[in-house]
Write a protein that binds this ligand. Sequence first.
Ligand code: FES
Length: 142
Amino acid sequence: MMYSAKVMEHFANPHNVGEMPDANGVGEVGNQKCGDIMKMYIKVENNVITDVKFLTFGCGAAIATSSMATDLIKGQPLSEALKLTNKAVVEALDGLPAVKLHCSVLAEQAIKAAIADYYRRQGIDPTPIVGEIEDCEACHCH
Ligand code: FES
């Protein structure tokens, strides 16, 4: 299996790893295919994601995609972060082997779950804004 240099770089030295005790949005999603889980923490101020951290019990591809995804949403308004697709993250990493594409969905869904949690804490129904958080059993990525 061939990984791009960027994937190797983010896997070996992932960005934004850790917990965030003062996060105001936390999302956790599982990948039904492999059993891996991803936890995403965001700090939102004035609708902008000022800080983001993740923890995962996931494979190297999940770590690399989360590292890249968190880099891409840091400093972005919530509306922009919601537009981030796993496809864009994979492109930013110069691609992933086809059998590992499902791993990148974990990061995208964890970000959505964290944003949904943020809205819920504000007393706002997240579903019309964030949409459904896709269950990996139902998704078409593998
Ligand atoms: Fe589980 Fe990659 S094999 S996230």
